[in-house]
Design a protein around this ligand. Structure first.
Ligand SMILES: Cc1cc2nc3c(=O)[nH]c(=O)nc-3n(C[C@H](O)[C@H](O)[C@H](O)COP(=O)(O)OP(=O)(O)OC[C@H]3O[C@@H](n4cnc5c(N)ncnc54)[C@H](O)[C@@H]3O)c2cc1C
Ligand SMILES: NC(=O)c1ccc[n+]([C@@H]2O[C@H](COP(=O)([O-])OP(=O)(O)OC[C@H]3O[C@@H](n4cnc5c(N)ncnc54)[C@H](OP(=O)(O)O)[C@@H]3O)[C@@H](O)[C@H]2O)c1
Length: 379
């Protein structure tokens, strides 16, 4: 019998439950009763909680692999509760663990491996300093069991195979995108798929063996990595995704964008794309953290300025004639206030969106060719 890690040292899950104090769980702690009545009330709350907890599924650790010296792990699990386990790319499992003095914590993790490998599944986990759940996962050993719920979450597979896919991830956000790309390519997705991965350091780079296999097997797939803090002599892409990718995308029409990872990147890149005419329905976002709602307008403006693609924008310009100012129009649309000259009303701006697209029926740009592989250098 394997122990379930994350419990207080030497304690079983049942013992942990027995030791619960009023207020550990949702529900009003009973007041002014005898100890026995209080205990009975707490047991009822406990039974209710665990009876309804969705974190009842069990998976056993098969292997734990350190992917980077900076603390990224790949953890392979096998579902061992005998229940069906099926998922589609983009879905995640919720992991639960108990921590002394902190109670239970639960967090989602996107699945990296292919759906066909179920009941095995892999997670890509970044160990966060002082982060209880990620450190708990990074500390797992083969044979340990975890409690989880799922798989759940929004599937990423597009409903229609009608557009080129541009996948952008920061950090571990790449996991579901690799899962998605692998799945779509194996199922002969008919349009190019390009993956752009933003990490901080050279040492953060990993999984390139698998990405290289996809790249060499499927002509329609390409990927590149951008380092926000590159080492001296680095010849690859430098800067955050918002610095390095916009100059490389020749067109924005006919594409679906997937943004995964750091919420600030999602909001800033998402808003820049939207400002340039990409309709929201083609921008799929999966924030892992920092799902901020108010992106910095200056950052967004800088990203927007770096985009060379102007296919949707030219459609807008053609419609507006020579006297246009997209910043003014967007601001007028956002605030509902008229700018100088001939501003668009909110409704006009939104009505223009189909016009952008009809001027530019789906165009496909050739997948970027990535001939250099600076991360594969011998040292
Ligand atoms: C839908 C979804 C899917 C997710 N999938 C993954 C995944 O596949 N792999 C993964 O490692 N994490 C993933 N996360 C994040 C994960 O759920 C936890 O938030 C993370 O492991 C930190 O938990 P913690 O308890 O260790 O630290 P916490 O105390 O909860 O977090 C501390 C801080 O660490 C930062 N942080 C959180 N997650 C990350 C991360 N992945 N990379 C860099 N910084 C981070 C944030 O600033 C956060 O405030 C996902 C989150 C969501 C919402
Ligand atoms: N210098 C450091 O070593 C440092 C700094 C901050 C956090 N951390 C910690 O390191 C751990 C692991 O983090 P991680 O590197 O896996 O994930 P991360 O912090 O999300 O960073 C991954 C990549 O995303 C970039 N990024 C951050 N905000 C962005 C934005 N708004 N738009 C586009 N790209 C953006 C980062 O660039 P940047 O390098 O420009 O941030 C980095 O290249 C976390 O615990 C984090 O708290 C370390």
């Amino acid at each position: 019998m394997h122990k379930s890690r994350g419990l207080i040292e030497g304690q079983t899950r049942e013992e942990a439950r027995a030791g619960l104090k009023p207020g550990n769980f949702q529900g009003t702690p009973p007041r002014g009763r005898s100890h026995a009545a209080e205990q009975a009330a707490m047991n009822a709350i406990d039974d209710h909680w665990f009876g309804h907890s969705r974190f009842k599924r069990r998976a056993r650790v098969v292997s734990v692999t350190l992917l980077t010296s900076t603390g990224t792990f790949r953890i392979r699990f096998e579902v061992v509760d005998g229940e069906p386990f099926e998922f589609v790319p983009g879905q995640f499992v919720g992991i639960e663990a108990q921590f002394e003095g902190r109670g239970f914590r639960r967090s989602p993790y996107c699945i990296l491996s292919a759906p066909e490998e179920a009941p095995f599944f892999d997670l890509m986990v970044r160990a966060i300093p002082e982060g209880p759940l990620s450190l708990y996962l990074a500390d797992l050993q083969p044979g340990d069991e975890v409690l989880f719920r799922g798989p759940t979450g929004r599937p990423m597979e597009p409903r229609f195979a009608d557009r080129e896919l541009v996948l952008m991830a920061t950090g571990t956000g790449v996991a579901p995108l690799i899962c998605l790309a692998r799945h779509l390519l194996a199922n002969e997705y008919p349009h190019p798929i390009s993956l752009w991965w933003g990490v901080r350091l050279f040492e953060d780079i990993c999984l390139t063996d698998e990405l290289d296999v996809l790249d060499s097997t499927y002509e329609s797939f390409s990927y590149d990595i951008t380092l926000s803090q590159p080492p001296e002599g680095w010849t690859g892409l430098s800067g955050r995704l918002g610095d390095s990718v916009p100059p490389l995308l020749q067109t924005l029409g006919g594409k679906r964008f997937y943004l995964v990872g750091n919420g600030a990147m999602l909001e800033e890149m998402g808003m820049a794309l939207s400002d340039l005419g990409v309709v929201q329905q083609y921008i799929h976002k999966e924030p892992y953290f920092d799902a901020i709602h108010e992106p910095d307008r200056d950052v967004v403006a800088r990203i927007r300025e770096r985009f060379v693609a102007n296919d949707l924008f030219s459609a807008y310009a053609a419609r507006r004639g020579s006297a246009f100012d997209i910043d003014r129009d967007i601001e007028a649309a956002r605030t509902g206030k008229a700018g100088n000259g001939d501003p668009l009303a909110v409704s006009d701006l939104f009505e223009l969106l189909p016009a952008f697209l009809s001027h530019h029926p789906d165009q496909e740009s050739p997948a970027p060719t990535h001939v250099k592989r600076p991360w594969n250098r011998p040292d």
